[in-house]
Design a protein around this ligand. Structure first.
Ligand code: ADP
Ligand code: ZN
Ligand code: ZN
Length: 751
């Protein structure tokens, strides 16, 4: 027997199948991780068995596999197939694709199964008799410590580790040893799963009777063909999660498993508790705040079938769930479903592929679906179910727009409009809570000399530094550089510095000034660095320990706090005028999401959006909760300008310390790729007109000390785009240039 193995080295030179012989007594299967001798020195290297064959398929002498790394296959058959697809679709090595499927620390055995040595009373003894034998004639203990230990363990379930016993009974070590020696206690090795939920129970819940629209949605899910997709377009609070849970329950009943993806940021205890409350211990969670041990053990619980429902962030789409029946992607429009590292995959695309491979059904849920998804649903590529109403007739919050330019002309120079101040006051008087959202952390986004106009920019990047008042420092949000705020302008020596653009720190400070005695919590990347910081802030806010929560988009998602009746968007335009073709879509999504945090229960909610662009479509239609109109207008623009979904957008990056070098490389690439694409599309003259190749400086021209140039390739979506993409990859592989940083399809940020 022979095995075709991919070695776990991410290098294109070894990115192929190698044949090994399988020793007689070795149990090997596709998907199993193995140790194999590799290279001239026969160095042991980890690898994955892809298939077993009768023939070696090579004229060389094959070397034998050294050993298997786990007694089980780390990869399921569908995961092997998925990895193959990822390799092609995202142009990465097979090793990179396979690595997605396992916990990082499994490689190199950097994390291990944990067993604890436990102790219990020997099952061969009669407990009563044994206890009697431990007493003197007068009824007192012969050895008091030993008796104490015996009593602690004297029940059928009692099985504790020595350290647990020591925690109960001080200095019990000698007594334990003595009892083991006498044969009263026996030792056992118990497998132990590190539990990310320790000390945190979720209240059990029962399925709710569904409302008609939920019922329709569930029926639509049940009517889906295997491997196909349903877009569940439901406003915030329309009961999507309940629909997901009932769909999952059906899958579990028929013996299958399910994966639920939620954006990392909304993987709060609130979200996971809803699933744990319904499905108990069969829920596993996978997110970035787990320790390596916890992640490994959750992964193993899934692989070994102990957990059948996986709730996790982007990478949980790879979870080793057998008999996968359902994948749910909540808030499917979220950019966090796009991977920023190799392979740069989209979890939505991967889920679609995995559904096809396994026959699982895929639900994409959102209040504001990505334009691409909604477009597909409209065209019938996806099934569509809509839930336009909130549960129990809770009205959508009333949204007011405040034109901040008028506010300024009217003499209000503060960051809060009169309306927002009044609503905040009202809210606090009633003992209700508010959320203030601003998509920028720090104190202010620019520091500028009033005398000479000098702007404090990052020495490494082409961006203004953000002023953080708390430690009086300037910080670059792109490279992390920071230095103390100078007292004087480095250019002219003036002491008059103007701060403009607001950040969350300033909002917090101004709140204290406007409402003395108020309690404010702030949530942004500056305040959530610790492992539990995010959870702690949310817990405190939910428990009513603060009147206002101020934060960046972290506060926009997943929060469901009945006492929150007011949401203020301090400045809506901060995401609007980006160079990114998606900025309007993203602003609409973000605002809708933030607005959805208000008035989730009986108390009516209201929203105040402050802006300088009150008539921008993304803002105006958000106040009317009118996704459909927004979609119609926006998709029309995309069609006219040939942006996705009507084209594929590819970006090639060139980075160098020398600006000219980067620019020239980009130019060379642009020329070469144009020629190549035109050659590929030679047959079809019309198609050539649908290819655009544009070299130029990236919007942030210098970052971390290096100049950045890009070639943007836009390919209209036609029958030949797949071939065109393949030739872009092909050309890129052979484009020999030190500045070249590779190509990305539909990159998630254009900066
Ligand atoms: P979404 O996921 O669409 O934002 P949720 O699932 O969070 O909406 O539902 C909003 C609220 O309505 C939750 O508190 C949920 O418990 C409640 N809810 C959902 N479905 C029902 C139902 N059928 N009957 C009563 N309450 C429901
Ligand atoms: Zn100056
Ligand atoms: Zn910088």
């Amino acid at each position: 027997m022979f095995a075709k193995v991919i070695v776990d080295i991410s290098n294109t030179n070894v990115d192929k199948l190698f044949s090994y012989s399988v020793p007689e007594n070795l149990k090997a299967a596709p998907g199993q991780r193995v140790l194999v001798p590799f290279g001239r020195g026969n160095k042991p290297i980890e690898g994955f068995i892809i298939e077993l064959t009768e023939e070696s398929g090579t004229s060389f002498q094959t070397k034998p596999i050294i050993k298997t790394l786990e007694p089980y296959t780390a990869l399921l058959p569908d995961q092997l197939a998925l990895a193959g697809w990822i390799t092609k679709a995202y142009h990465c090595t097979r090793a990179d694709a396979l690595r997605c499927m396992i916990p990082a620390k499994l490689r190199g055995s950097r994390v291990r199964e944990k067993t604890v040595r436990t102790l219990r009373i020997s099952p061969e003894l009669d407990p009563a008799e044994t206890r009697a034998s431990m007493l003197k004639k007068d009824g007192t203990a012969k050895a008091p410590k030993q008796l104490e230990v015996f009593d602690l363990l004297n029940s059928p379930e009692a099985e504790y580790s020595a350290s647990d016993i020591n925690a109960f009974i001080l200095g019990a070590t000698a007594a334990i040893a003595a009892l083991v020696k006498k044969g009263v206690l026996v030792e056992a090795n118990r497998e132990y799963f590190r539990d990310p939920f320790t000390g945190h129970e979720a209240d059990p819940t029962e399925p709710l009777p569904l409302l008609p629209e939920q019922k329709n949605a569930l029926d639509a899910i049940n009517g889906l063909e295997k491997g196909s997709v349903l877009l569940l377009h439901g406003v915030t609070g329309s009961g999507k999660t309940e629909v997901y849970m009932q769909a999952i329950a059906q899958v579990l009943e028929s013996g299958g498993g399910a994966i639920v993806l939620v954006p990392e940021i909304s993987l709060t205890p609130q979200t996971t508790d809803r699933f744990r409350g319904r499905f108990g211990d069969s829920v596993a969670v996978l997110h970035s705040h787990l320790s390596d041990g916890e992640r490994f053990d959750e992964w193993r619980r899934i692989r070994l079938g102990k957990a059948r429902v996986v709730v996790g962030a982007r990478s949980a789409v790879f979870a080793p769930v057998e008999d996968l029946g359902l994948i749910v992607i909540d808030e499917e429009h979220e950019p966090s479903y796009l991977s920023e590292i190799t392979p740069k995959y989209s979890a939505v695309e991967v889920a679609q592929r995995r559904a096809k491979l396994t026959g699982a059904r895929l639900i994409l849920g959102s209040a504001t679906p990505s334009l691409t998804s909604y477009y597909r649903a409209k065209r019938g590529v996806y099934k569509l179910a809509e839930m336009p109403e909130r549960i129990n007739g809770v009205p959508m919050p009333h949204v007011d727009i405040v034109d901040m330019r008028r506010e300024f002309l009217g003499g209000n120079n503060s960051i809060f409009s009169a309306l927002l101040l009044e609503k905040l006051k009202n809210c606090f008087e009633k003992g209700e809570q508010a959320i203030l959202f601003l998509n920028r952390r720090g104190y202010s986004s620019h520091a500028e000399c009033k005398a000479c106009g000098f702007v404090f920019t990052c020495p490494n990047c082409d961006v203004a530094m953000t002023y953080h008042k708390i430690n009086s420092e300037l910080r670059c949000h792109y490279c992390g550089a920071s230095f103390d705020m100078p007292k004087k302008c480095p250019n002219c020596g003036s002491e008059f510095i103007k701060y403009s653009g607001i950040g969350t720190q300033q909002v917090e400070e101004q709140l204290y000034q406007a409402f003395p005695g108020i309690r404010v919590l702030r949530m942004d990347t500056d305040t959530t660095r610790g492992k539990t910081a995010h959870r702690d802030i949310l817990d405190a806010f939910t428990a009513g320990e603060a009147d206002v929560l101020v934060g960046t988009q972290m506060v926009a998602k997943g929060l469901d706090i009945p006492n929150v009746t007011l949401v203020g968007v301090v400045f809506a335009d901060s995401t609007l005028f980006h160079t990114d073709y998606r900025s309007s879509e993203r602003t609409f999504q973000l605002l809708t999401q933030v607005a959805g945090r208000a008035g989730r229960a009986e108390k009516e909610g209201c929203v105040v959006i402050q802006t300088n662009a009150p008539h921008h479509r993304a803002i105006e239609l958000c106040t009317k909760h009118d996704y459909k109109s927004f979609f119609k207008l926006e998709i029309g623009d995309r069609m006219r300008t040939l942006f996705p979904p009507f084209s594929v957008f590819i970006r090639a990056m060139f980075v160098s310390e020398n600006e000219q070098t980067a620019a020239e490389s980009a130019g060379r690439y642009a020329e070469g790729i144009t020629e190549k694409l035109f050659a590929v599309l030679e047959k079809d003259k019309a198609e050539k007109e649908l290819v655009y190749v544009m070299p130029g400086a990236a919007p942030i021209r210098r970052r971390e000390g290096e100049y950045r140039y890009a070639v943007i390739i836009k390919l209209a979506r036609t029958v030949h785009t797949a071939g065109a993409i393949a030739s872009v990859y092909e050309f890129s592989d052979t484009f020999n240039d030190d500045c070249f940083r590779g190509v990305e399809i539909n990159p998630q940020e254009m900066l």
